[in-house]
Design a protein. Sequence first.
Length: 200
Amino acid sequence: MKIVLLGPPGSGKGTQASMLSEKYGLPHISMGDLLREEVKNNTDIGKKMKEIMNAGKLVPDELTVGILKQRLSKGDSSKGVVLDGFPRNTRQAEMLNEKFDAAILLELDDRIAIERMSKRRQCRDCGKIYSEGRKKCGACGGELYQRDDDKPAAMEKRLEIYHTETKPLIDYYKKKKILKTIDAMRAVDVVFSDIQKALG
Ligand SMILES: [Zn+2]
């Protein structure tokens, strides 16, 4: 089963993706993690990405899709996959050209998204992300900080981009008859049980 998760920042895509991965025994591929790994391992692609980002530019779709295709060509995703953080727009979806069985849309009010993200902290050393209530990283003891793009003003901009880019993507998956819309305002386990029902 090939599943793709869609939803605004704060909708719990990463959490639900890793729960689905465990439940169905499928690899969880997080686009954010893949990109961070390339940079961390200082690969040729990683170096190129760093250059682009340092220049304040967006990583081009060709590069992102290339990294993902490379990851998908590994044997573990032949039976299925849970993909999170990709695609962000229809162009990326078309470039990947992968047939998914379900596109799960986690719906969340902007107000709640901003509220959730304002509590988010990231570890300076290992990059692990926490939703709230910690002072130090549970994995490495590193210092936690709030990323600039999680601050309210930046969040409003991110949500605006999300809505503009995701609307056509929602229609794209609707036409393919694989879109499942889930109310992500509720508790993590309630959302998870709804996703399982939707998957049948
Ligand atoms: Zn850490």
